[in-house]
Design a protein around this ligand. Sequence first.
Ligand SMILES: [Zn+2]
Length: 151
Amino acid sequence: MLNIKNIRKKCRNLSRKKEGSRNRNRARKELARAYRKTNNQRKDFHFKTARRLCEEYAVICLETLNMKGMARRWGRKVHSLGFYSFVEILKYEAMKLGTQIIFVDRYFPSSQLCSVCGYKNPAVKDLKIREWECPNCHTRHDRDKNAAKNI
Ligand SMILES: [Zn+2]
């Protein structure tokens, strides 16, 4: 998708040029151009994806990602992947198109809670269970519809 290879090549190219030389200067400019191009491609892709999502859905739920933990594990890679800026773009497009964005804590047991009485049913954790009956208020639930109501 992105021209990482191109950047890597230009980076190598730059490091081979002699300090202070005209060739080095040119290589530096080429690298800067490659970076700009990659950034623009990524931004364009993010805007297109965000717009498509907002046109298609009235409500978008995002699981909040543990950015601190991710950055610890993968370092700068998380930022270069542009997760954060995508969320920002998505928020912007959602505002323009009237789509609602809901951030959900990923530990919120949306599928385990009865949307009628609030009873927590850990047995529903199993993804194979598509329908269940609340042991407390005896409401029949469709797994996904119940989870959506809770969110
Ligand atoms: Zn219930």
